[in-house]
Write a protein that binds this ligand. Structure first.
Ligand SMILES: NC(=O)c1ccc[n+]([C@@H]2O[C@H](COP(=O)([O-])OP(=O)(O)OC[C@H]3O[C@@H](n4cnc5c(N)ncnc54)[C@H](OP(=O)(O)O)[C@@H]3O)[C@@H](O)[C@H]2O)c1
Length: 409
């Protein structure tokens, strides 16, 4: 009788209680039943889990996945969690030190960055420094520190595998040129001279097609109703304002080594074509699928293999037609401001992102209107004296001074 061999990939998840984190854990559950052609099972083993303050859900996750380290950023919540899991062999940590300690865990092979915001920068750097591959959802890290992350990843010989659905689609489209992983490539297939253009798709969000005067009175609950995707609150508001697409242009620029001018944003309301690459010979290679984040998460976790998914399949007959439009950057000014920040470079993307984080937090508390998000970002960018080639200290300083200018959260 054949003895089944098991290869377990050890992973840690930053932001395990959020939308990306919980979907990653769902993929982990399903992975237990994956078998390769020889009948070997290929499981994922969770060695670390981290979140902000949701002690209740993290406790449930600890009981189910049995990580060695669990972190809550909030100290009080971490103390409650420690008390609640006294009966389990798990090290409970808190604060940035805790996030960094988990990201550096010796037996971990991959860090999934499902955390929201710039807080992800230092733990991501810690993971790369200790040789872990990154399954990257936390786009803010690349937006603000892309130059640092990508060159460090190259130096350490680690892979950055995109989780954002558009970037995963581009990554998958790049495999048509570079079908298998080549030693030393940070993002396999990226940066080759045969790429002419990246076509980055966007649903257009719940306010697509509206005029400026329509946007003025839009409330937080209206902005949270995304037509196709079920995501965390911040990224859902960013999708409605098209700020998210701007952040994704900056993310793509670093991941795939293409100039900002070679990235074209295309509004595609059905969210079926998740993005595409146009090659020099005119071929456009894209990836389609149902709008479900578990597909890109699964691809990043198991790259270069494709694993069986029990989820709903794409039915082109049911969809019928796919449509494409140009974005209206005069109404949805968030995209225009992002392109300005991307082209200015240096510390400007950090200021764009930090101002947006403040504005979205205020919009979610109904303190400001929808269009004030753009006003807030523009005010911060106009006031900023850009630092070229910022280090992590400069980036954190740019974030701090933006918060100070805007009066904090
Ligand atoms: N959701 C999607 O479908 C999607 C798609 C593409 C890209 N992304 C990107 O993925 C990232 C996560 O998005 P999301 O939608 O999953 O966000 P989310 O649902 O709001 O979840 C955020 C996660 O980060 C944790 N967190 C927040 N502050 C933290 C801190 N200071 N220390 C440690 N953990 C902290 C939260 O913990 P608590 O629950 O304890 O607060 C939660 O686990 C974002 O960068 C987003 O742009 C998301």
């Amino acid at each position: 009788m054949n003895k089944l061999k098991t290869h377990c990939k050890n992973i840690a998840i930053l932001g395990s209680t959020g939308s990306i984190g919980t979907q990653t854990l769902q993929v982990v559950r399903e992975s237990a039943s994956y078998k390769d052609a020889d009948g070997n099972s290929q499981e994922l083993n969770v060695v670390g889990l981290a979140a902000g303050r949701n002690a209740k859900l993290l406790e449930e996750q600890i009981r189910e996945f049995k990580p060695r380290i669990a972190v809550l950023y909030d100290e009080k919540a971490a103390a409650e969690l420690k008390q609640a899991v006294q009966d389990i062999d798990v090290k409970v940590l808190s604060g940035m030190e805790g996030l960094i300690e988990m990201s550096r865990m010796e037996d971990c092979e991959m860090l999934v960055t499902g955390i929201v915001g710039m807080i992800g920068i230092r733990p991501t750097i810690a993971a790369i420094e200790t040789g872990k591959d990154i399954a990257l959802a936390n786009k803010e890290t690349l937006v603000c520190a892309g130059h640092i992350i990508m060159s460090l990843a190259k130096k350490m010989g680690v892979k950055i595998l995109p989780v954002d659905s558009e970037h995963s689609a581009i990554f998958q489209s790049l495999q048509s040129r570079s079908p298998s992983f080549t030693e030393g490539e940070t993002v396999p297939g990226a940066g080759n001279s045969e790429i002419r253009k990246i076509l980055l798709t966007a649903s257009g969000g719940p306010f697509r097609g509206m005029k400026k005067e329509d946007l003025a009175g839009k409330t937080c609950s209206e902005a949270l109703k995304h037509p196709n995707w079920n995501m965390g609150a911040k990224v859902t508001i960013d999708s409605a304002s098209l700020v998210n697409k701007g952040l994704e242009v900056m993310e793509a620029r670093w991941l795939f080594g293409v100039p900002v001018d070679d990235i074209t944003v295309v509004i595609h309301p059905q969210s079926i074509l998740h993005s595409a690459v146009e090659y020099t010979d005119g071929a456009v290679v894209g990836q389609m699928g149902t709008p479900d984040m578990k597909l890109p998460i699964r691809y990043a976790l198991f790259y270069p293999e494709r694993k069986y998914s029990p989820d709903r399949r794409l039915d082109l007959f049911e969809i019928g037609s796919l449509t494409f439009e140009k974005p209206d950057t005069e109404v949805f000014k968030g995209l225009a401001l992002a392109l300005r920040a991307a082209k200015t470079g240096g510390s400007m993307p950090t200021v764009f992102n930090a101002a947006n984080e403040v504005a979205v937090a205020r919009f979610l508390k109904n303190e400001i209107g929808f269009l004030d998000i753009y006003e807030t970002i523009e005010k911060a960018m106009d006031a900023h004296v850009c630092v070229a080639d910022p280090d992590v200290g400069d980036i954190l300083e740019a974030e701090k001074s933006t918060h100070a200018l805007l009066g904090g959260f």
